[in-house]
Design a protein around this ligand. Structure first.
Ligand code: ADP
Ligand code: ZN
Ligand code: ZN
Length: 728
């Protein structure tokens, strides 16, 4: 008999609430099931978040919701995580849930994998010693048989086990059936033996508990063996029948990391990153949910992967900016990982050679256990970092003579060398020498970059592309001059300078396809002498053992950045780039081209390294009350009419001050123009809020947002909240 049930549904819309519908069904619906609903004359797919007792509209006004799933697609833990995140970031729950699901499942497509029933050991079954259960030989043999991996019912009977033996184990809760095809089977979890850990690695590994909430910050210089610690921590979890979730910054660009996991373990490994097609993502997501994929490696959004047997979460390169979503639902996957580990009662390992000040602060305060790896494997030394004063020096396409000499020296010794330059394209601006015309973007407060491959002007902020004018648009002078250098120009210059050696460019343009990128990496790994030119993509996770020399073209950018994180980022970047050099027998040399060689930050970095500089920056943040010593939130607003955005923020500030009067513990700044005030024809402003205590901020935000939503201007400007912003 069908019955009507009242359900609260989160629909993908920008409203911070759920909506009531009725479901007609024989059994009570469950939170986490998807439903098809009519919402404002549209058919949308929503998720049941709750089964409320009373409806917020009259019963005869309730519209029907049609169940799409027979069981919850989002399990209770994941649903809870999403609700927590929606609340913490004050973001509409419907959009949060949509972000948590693979694209394929956001619509009404059927969940589920190709079906095939298989039997596998439960956690309890896996936990039994060899030979158990005692006194039931046949059952014990079947347990041993299934220890190697899941099996189809036919295979079990073909191996001589009767149905009653299987049922006996099932009744004891030692085996379970899974209705999902398993593509890979595995015989033993290990594909290759683990390395023998050194004493620091051993200490780090032993610090990781088997279960229970715990956060460790593994601070280890590049090449000190962090990945090996991850691998062995995962191995322990796999042996206990549990899964591991590994977050990496940009997986498509770090095939080596993935390869190491795949080589080490023979268990099914699932990938979740932008390079995987939608179908594959949704399959991995569901395989993880069913407990089939035992290791899941993914980028930011993989933090929302459901895990049947959660064991451990690892966040590699935890300082990396890509963990923070910079638009829409602006969450930090690293911070959500902390919540998730807490929620699931499992350990979380954050690893980096250059930890974020946030994590460092938590470690110093004792909230995270601080683990150190300071030694490199025998025969490997840290690169030698030094500044190269370029004041009053003649530069050739951005490079000082001494830098060119250093590159030449490396090539002549048969080594590889790398030039790091944080700008892609040929030149950051095209200019007229006669009248001063510049290639400005008509839609942004920015200049359009000149690209030569293919030739065009490109705004990196709004993506506008234009033909390169053949003469000055203002004074008709016949010639325009590219000013400054980007990766393309450096590549061209080096090709002319060193015609006998390959020059490999690594930036977003040059590596648009995975194939091109792989080819570039292969050339580098061939070990032949060559030059690499690239952006920060070079700083991410690659091992370049034959690179002995690194030139950092502009070390000054971060020192004078308007963003309070500028120096932290610069130090991380330099340290990461430097870590790529001289990883094997070659002693690396890193030259920082700078106009500020005696700047105390640069000096600290060069003489003492990242860790002391990070502590210096941390004590400074303490004095200035900036994060991590306070909790920051930005209210961003943008509009084609600047006065609207500005006025909205002024009203927002007034409302805020009524709820929470300004005080030394709760501070307001702004409205201020954003770092780039005009972008894509919209004028952007922000209001900055800082609270000494996070709970004060968290209690304040929902009350404030509720009032903001009532403002007339709230419907006329685009606004968004950025909790714990990475960019100000
Ligand atoms: P990180 O992740 O800290 O950059 P990796 O884990 O990639 O460092 O280790 C760098 C190199 O050192 C790798 O080639 C790895 O195989 C090797 N290595 C790591 N730990 C050990 C060890 N205990 N014994 C021998 N080699 C090791
Ligand atoms: Zn001109
Ligand atoms: Zn633009």
């Amino acid at each position: 008999m069908d019955q009507h049930y009242l359900v609260a549904v989160a629909v993908p819309c920008p409203l911070r609430r759920s909506f009531h519908y009725k479901v007609e069904s024989t059994e009570p619906p469950q939170p986490g099931q998807r439903v098809r609903v009519e919402f404002r004359h549209q058919q949308l797919t929503g998720v049941i978040t709750d089964l409320p007792k009373t409806a917020d509209v009259a019963h005869d006004k309730l519209k029907p919701a049609e169940l799409l799933d027979t069981e919850p697609l989002l399990d209770a833990a994941l649903l809870h995580l999403c609700q927590w995140a929606a609340n913490y970031y004050q973001h509409p729950i419907g959009e949060v849930l949509a972000a948590a699901m693979p694209t394929n499942l956001r619509g009404d497509s059927q969940a589920g994998l190709p079906t095939e029933t298989r039997w596998q050991l439960t956690i309890e079954g896996l936990g039994l010693p060899e030979g158990a259960p005692k006194g039931a030989r046949k059952q014990a043999d079947l347990l041993t048989f299934l220890r190697a991996g899941s099996r189809r019912a036919e295979d079990i009977s073909a191996a001589g086990f009767s149905k009653s033996v299987l049922n006996g184990l099932h009744d004891k809760g030692l085996v379970e059936s899974v209705d999902i095809a398993e593509r890979q089977t595995f015989d033993a979890p290990l594909g290759e033996p683990p390395l023998t850990l050194n004493s620091e690695q051993t200490a780090a590994l032993n610090a990781v508990p088997a279960t229970g909430f715990w956060v460790g910050l593994l601070e280890g210089v590049t090449g000190s063996g962090k990945t090996e610690v991850y691998l062995q921590a995962i191995e322990k979890q796999l042996a206990a029948g549990r899964q591991a979730l590994v977050l990496v910054p940009e997986i498509g660009l770090t095939p080596q990391t993935v390869q190491r996991f795949a080589n080490r373990f023979k268990v099914p490994v699932g990938m979740l990153h932008s390079g995987v097609a939608d179908g594959g993502r949704s399959e991995t997501w569901q395989r993880a949910r069913a407990g089939l994929d035992r290791i899941i490696i993914g980028t930011r959004s993989a933090i929302f992967t459901p895990l049947k047997h959660p064991g451990i979460i690892i966040v590699d390169e935890e300082h990396d900016g890509s963990y923070k979503q910079q638009e829409g639902f602006r969450y930090s996957a690293r911070d959500l990982a902390v919540y998730r580990a807490h929620q699931l009662h499992i350990p979380l390992l954050l690893g980096s050679a250059t930890p974020s000040l946030e994590s460092l602060n938590n470690a110093i305060a004792g909230r995270y256990q601080h683990l150190h790896l300071t030694q490199r494997p025998a025969g490997r030394q840290a690169a030698n970092l030094s500044t190269l004063d370029i004041r009053a020096k003649q530069l050739r396409d951005g490079l000082a003579e001494a830098s060119i000499q250093a590159l030449r020296g490396a090539l002549q010794r048969g080594e590889q060398a790398m030039v790091f330059i944080n700008r892609r394209g040929f030149a950051p601006v095209l200019m007229c020498h006669f009248c001063g015309w510049q290639s400005k973007c008509p839609r942004c407060d920015a200049r359009m970059t000149l690209h030569r491959q293919p030739r065009h002007l490109h705004c990196h902020h709004c993506d506008l592309q234009r033909r390169v004018p053949s003469q000055c648009p203002d004074c008709k002078a016949p010639e325009l001059t590219p000013m400054g250098a980007g990766t393309e120009r450096t590549e061209e210059f080096l090709s002319r300078q060193f015609p006998d050696y390959p020059v490999i460019r690594i930036d977003r343009d040059a590596t648009r396809s995975q194939r091109q990128f792989t080819e570039a990496l292969n050339e580098i790994h061939s070990g032949r002498p060559c030059l690499l030119v690239g952006t920060q993509m070079l700083a991410k996770g690659h091992h370049f053992p034959r690179v002995s020399t690194v030139i950092i073209v502009d070390a000054d950018g971060g020192l004078f950045s308007a963003d309070f994180r500028g120096t932290e980022r610069m130090a991380q970047l330099i340290t990461q780039v430097a870590g790529r050099a001289g990883r094997e027998q070659l002693r690396g040399q890193v030259l920082l081209q700078t106009h500020n060689g005696d700047h105390p930050y640069l000096q600290t970095l060069i003489q003492q390294g990242y860790a002391p500089l990070a502590r210096l920056l941390l004590s400074e943040r303490q004095l200035t009350g900036l994060p991590p010593n306070s909790s920051m939130t930005l209210l961003r607003a943008e509009s084609k009419r600047p006065e609207n955005a500005l006025q909205f923020l002024q009203q927002a500030r007034q409302l805020a001050e009524q709820l929470m009067p300004p005080s030394p513990q709760f501070r307001y700044l702004g409205p201020l123009p954003a770092a780039m005030e005009k972008r894509q024809d919209r004028f952007r402003f922000l209001l900055q809020l800082q609270a000494d205590r996070r709970p004060a901020m968290q209690q304040f935000l929902p009350r404030w947002i509720a009032e903001l939503e009532q403002l007339a201007l709230a419907k006329r400007v685009r606004w968004s909240l950025d909790v714990d912003p990475q960019e100000t």
